[in-house]
Design a protein. Structure first.
Length: 591
């Protein structure tokens, strides 16, 4: 009887808990439906768009359903929403200006900073104004905010202006302490991604290419800031060499880096003066999120241009959600592109790419889908912070390619990395192996020993075939000879500006230029845009947000390790990756 009562009570308790959970989900879903059903905000005269440059920046906004309920915010800020908000503000007659409040802003690349800055410059062409303020300007936030009509700084603030550097990290000696070596097969003298694991310093070809692209990016930043602030390039370099971050704030005004020193509570008066209103009149404000809810000023009657976002590592598949961050999963992307090809409501497609590459096999599959899509409708690529190696591979089949001047692209090369852990197993741990086999290469890939010379010859030949196929794909897409492609390939990384000179891209510009070109190629006017992949439903985001709490350890490691996370994560999960990779170096942190 006692056991019967115990199991009965347990069953009743389980039923109560189940219905309680269902009730909670229903209430939350109802809140979500109400939230998504809210009407667009009302825009009053003399409205100011408030742009807060702080937190992490992703290619697209990553919305957190639970975070939205508990904190009223989004998981991260997306470049897509920022640029769309600025474009809508430009086209709205009731928006008079933009107020930028700069803080600690985690950008993924210099090209993302340039994309925001270019949108702000375009906004000013409408005759509207921009005011920027910060307690401290980081180098990239200052680069963005230098376009403003009024650049304000806290009287005890700082402008961090020091130039650019890249400091690759090398793990070879650390791995050897554990008895681990990385065996390498690669094509391309500039293909430097494996150096992280196989060298203890930069090769000379890699040093030359890194010097070229960081100097190219710095030149763009210098020229842009010089034009906006009316300060000579030589003077800006002197300020960087003198480590302007340590200067007296009063000196920033003398240097013409800022216009005025002001405390935070005094900034609203500056905005009121720009609006031409009295001190007692309210300042009407709209956030980026509120601007997002407003209708796009572009039309849509003539047709629709799809914008397909592809960012993160290129991988064969993300079945089971193994990759905790955004990725370009070939199986999903190929299916999506096929659906866009068959969608009669889509007139043209812009493929927005921001990736350093990844699996060569996955890149080939997506290349094929892009080529098939192009047979039915125009395809234009818009390159973000980087679109290199495998990401360039999948892009080269497009009708037209745009890159930002500071985009990192090219890196046409392939490599395979194979860890040899036999030293760890035998020398460090004392594990012994024996062997019985039926054929000469039956034990190929065994943990007991490294590859021998003959096996490495087979691997190098396989990699060489992959590289030749890569060259052929680029030559076909770019209407070049294979030898011409090879001369600018060899794994070399180019800035967008240099890639255009080498015919690897067609034009310099951002997403708006790419959309306009796609519409032109499709022969449509008065077009609208639609973003793909479509955002997950509110309830799916809620459930995903709950599941993502399981990735807490991984995200904690990412936060703690910073730039060291990527190479260590690759080693940890190397058995899950395609062995043949077409990717940029992991250590591309440009500071």
């Amino acid at each position: 009887m006692k056991e019967f009562l115990k199991y009965t009570l347990a069953t009743v308790t389980g039923i109560v808990m189940l219905f309680s959970a269902l009730a909670l989900v229903s209430v939350v879903a109802l809140i979500g439906m109400v939230a998504t059903g809210e009407s667009a905000p009302t825009v009053k005269d003399n409205t100011v768009l408030v742009l807060q440059l702080s937190g992490a920046l992703d290619e697209r906004t990553q919305e957190d359903a639970l975070g939205g309920l508990t904190a009223g915010g989004m998981g991260s800020m997306g470049l897509d929403d920022i640029t769309a908000a600025i474009r809508k503000a430009k086209g709205n007659d009731k928006v008079s200006g933009i107020y930028i409040e700069a803080g600690l802003f985690g950008l993924d690349s210099p090209a993302s900073a340039q994309a925001i800055r270019n949108c702000l410059e375009d906004f000013k062409e409408s005759g509207k104004w921009i005011v920027a303020y910060a307690d401290t300007y980081t180098q990239y936030t200052y680069y963005i905010c230098s376009v403003a009509d009024r650049v304000l700084l806290n009287p005890q603030g700082m402008v961090d202006w020091h130039g650019l550097s890249a400091q690759p990290v090398f793990l070879k000696d650390m791995l050897e302490k554990f008895g681990v070596r990385v065996q390498l097969a690669k094509v391309g003298k500039y293909k430097s991604a494996p150096e992280t694991f196989t060298a203890d310093s930069m090769s000379e070809p890699n040093r030359r290419q890194v010097e070229a692209y960081i100097n190219g990016i710095w030149k763009v930043m210098l020229d842009d800031v010089s034009e906006s602030r009316k300060v000579g390039v030589d003077a800006l370099n002197r300020y960087a060499d003198g480590f302007a971050a340590m200067a007296d704030p009063q000196d920033y005004v003398r240097m013409r880096l800022v216009d005025k020193l002001a405390y935070a509570d005094e900034v609203k008066g500056e905005v009121r003066r720009m609006l031409g209103i009295g001190p007692e009149e309210p300042v009407n404000q709209l956030s980026v999120g509120e601007m997002k809810a407003l209708p796009d000023p572009r039309g849509g009657k003539g047709g629709t241009v799809a914008i397909y976002y592809a960012f993160g590592d290129v991988v064969d598949s993300n079945a089971g959600g193994f990759y905790p961050t955004s990725c370009i999963a070939a199986d999903e992307v190929c299916a999506d592109l096929e659906a866009l090809a068959d969608d009669d409501g889509i007139e043209a497609v812009v493929l927005r790419v921001n990736s350093g590459g990844g699996s060569a096999y996955a890149s080939e599959q997506i290349w094929h889908s892009v080529a098939k899509l192009r047979e039915k409708k125009p395809v234009v690529v818009s390159m973000g912070g980087m679109a290199a190696s495998g990401a360039y591979y999948l892009s080269c089949a497009a009708n037209y390619i745009y890159a930002e001047p500071t985009t990192l692209t090219g890196s046409i090369g392939i490599f395979g990395m194979f860890p040899d852990v036999s030293g760890l197993l035998t020398d460090k741990l004392g594990i012994k192996f024996d062997e019985v086999k039926t054929n000469k290469h039956s034990a190929f890939g065994t943990l007991a020993r490294p590859f021998n010379a003959e096996e490495m010859a087979y691997l190098n030949a396989y990699i060489a075939r992959g590289y030749n196929l890569f060259l052929e794909r680029v030559a076909e897409g770019r209407r070049m000879k294979v030898a011409e492609v090879d001369s600018v390939a060899q794994g070399r990384v180019w800035t967008g500006s240099d890639a255009m000179k080498s015919r690897l891209v067609d034009g310099l510009g951002g997403l708006d230029e790419a959309v306009g070109k796609a519409a032109e190629l499709a022969g449509i006017d008065d077009y609208g845009t639609q973003a793909f992949p479509a955002p997950a439903s509110w309830i799916d985001r809620l459930l995903a947000g709950t599941a993502d709490r399981g990735n807490y350890l991984d995200e904690s490691l990412r936060a703690a390790l910073g730039e060291y996370y990527a190479p260590l994560a690759l080693l940890r999960n190397i058995d899950r990756h395609n062995a043949i990779q077409a990717r940029l170096p992991f250590m591309l942190t440009i500071e």
